[in-house]
Design a protein around this ligand. Structure first.
Ligand code: HSE
Length: 296
């Protein structure tokens, strides 16, 4: 039996579209066992209703086993804990892919390196921003150099907390990518390059006062904000209660506020603000996960 814990991830983080990501202390736990025959998928105690071909844990697991020539008969895949909600911009698909590949690697006797796991996972997911922090933890800048994934860790200031606001409505990444323009102006490119670079440097130096300006973005958030009801209002509320910066988590629908841990009243005030809105918002004040995927 292989027991795997995978963190949620927030991607983009404002200006770092398809590049920045951070793992959060908010986890799925998946148990995978090789059995004599058949495939059983158990989701929190009950047989899963998701067709097997759409189950990213299963498809990623068998893709890797087939690729590396591992002979198998059957599997029992048990989703023991499923905290990361689907289609909310918290890396649920990355978590499934990484779980499947990590299990395959364990079954094969750990023949894959961390970089192999990342490369295989990014090939399935299509972009590295959730995958890399899900595998190695922390905040990571990632890029594709042709088919190679290059990544570098960013320091996370000790006092920084992530206030995660998850609505009860989904937003598919496909839909949220569809609203993006095919081209950007020179001005928008300069705007984002300067802020993305500043954000990384501010994080590394612990310059919390620069997070607000450096999380501004003109590549994706303007186009997506209207897909998330009350997002503008929520960002304004967070600012009023003293958050350091706000952004859409991944492609949404989750929203994120970066908060100084010494801002004691924030969680209570923001929770009561969100409770007055029409949609239901679940909130978590989280620290960054620095371990990434672990075999328990
Ligand atoms: N960088 C991706 C996007 C994250 O914003 O579309 C979604 O997984």
């Amino acid at each position: 039996m292989i027991k795997i814990r995978i963190p949620a991830t927030t991607a983009n983080m404002g200006p770092g579209f398809d590049s920045f990501g951070m793992a959060l202390k908010f986890y799925n736990e998946i148990w995978i066992e090789e059995i004599k025959q058949g495939i059983q998928v158990i989701q929190e105690g009950k047989p899963s209703e998701i067709p097997l071909e759409d189950n990213l844990i299963y498809t990623s697991l068998v893709k890797i086993l087939n690729k590396y020539g591992y002979d198998y008969h059957g599997f029992k895949i048990e989703v023991k804990e499923c905290n990361i909600p689907i289609s909310r911009g918290l890396g649920s698909s990355a978590a499934c892919i990484v779980a499947g590949i990590t299990a395959a690697n364990a079954l094969m006797g750990n023949v894959l390196s961390t970089d192999d796991i990342i490369r295989e996972a990014v090939e399935i997911e299509g972009h590295p921003d959730n995958i890399v922090p899900a595998v190695i933890g922390g905040m990571v800048v990632s890029l594709m150099d042709e088919d190679k994934v290059i990544y570098s860790k960013v320091n996370i200031p000790n006092d920084l907390r992530m206030f995660v606001m998850i609505p009860n409505f989904k937003l598919s990444t496909e839909e949220a990518r569809h609203v993006l323009p095919p081209n950007y102006s020179n001005g928008d490119c300069i705007f984002n390059i300067s802020r993305a670079a500043m954000f990384v440097n501010a994080m590394n130096n612990g310059e919390l006062d620069k997070l607000r300006v450096s999380t501004q973005d003109r590549i994706h958030q303007n186009y997506r904000i209207n897909l998330i009801s009350d997002a503008e209002k929520i960002f304004e509320g967070a600012r009023e209660y003293g958050s350091l910066a706000e952004f859409i988590s991944g492609s949404g629908s989750t929203l994120m506020a970066l908060v100084d841990k010494n801002n004691k009243g924030f969680e209570k005030k923001m929770t009561s603000f969100l409770n007055k809105l029409q949609d239901k918002w679940e909130v978590h004040l989280l620290e960054a996960d620095v371990e990434g995927t672990t075999i328990l």
